[in-house]
Design a protein around this ligand. Structure first.
Ligand code: HEM
Length: 127
């Protein structure tokens, strides 16, 4: 029987869709915050990017739970995304602590943050 014929499966699919939307909002906040800093040539992480990491990470973990509606999850892919997000979070944390101390972040760390965020989006879509 297709899952569409079971009403509670429909509800579960909609709920998972909402969580995916939240996950994408987290990505948008994180990457949008990064683009704003790059365009302004400030090359440092901001609180907005912290929020993006938290939103995308929390929603990503919920999405990674076995919902039982879309076959086997690719846990190697999900694990890779989790590791990359933890590295992004650590680099953002390093940037924040340097900003508080008044020492500038090396520009390459800032660029690496953007590359890693895009890398995770690429993994999500292309893997
Ligand atoms: C920088 C961090 C991240 C970015 C940019 C990102 C981006 C995305 C994007 C664009 C999608 C939609 C793909 C599609 O539906 O075709 C997606 C889906 C998903 N993400 Fe993430 N994500 C990130 C972190 C994470 C983390 C940390 C986890 C879990 C620990 C995670 C788990 C998932 C899952 C389970 C899906 C559902 C579709 C799938 O299985 O591929 N994501 N992500």
């Amino acid at each position: 029987m297709s899952s569409n014929t079971v009403p509670c499966m429909d509800a579960l699919e909609t709920l998972r869709g909402v969580v995916l939307l939240v996950h994408l909002v987290g990505f948008a906040v994180m990457f949008g915050g990064w683009v704003v800093e790059a365009a302004a040539r400030r090359y440092q992480a901001t609180r907005l990017m912290d929020f993006g990491v938290l939103i995308a990470g929390a929603a990503g973990l919920v999405l990674a739970a076995p919902w039982g509606i879309d076959g086997e999850l690719n846990y190697v892919k999900i694990g890779t995304k989790l590791v990359v997000l933890i590295v992004v979070g650590a680099l953002i944390g390093a940037s924040t602590s340097r900003r508080k101390k008044g020492t500038p972040l090396p520009a390459w760390v800032f660029w690496l943050i953007g590359v890693l965020i895009l890398f995770n989006a690429a993994i999500a879509i292309l893997w």
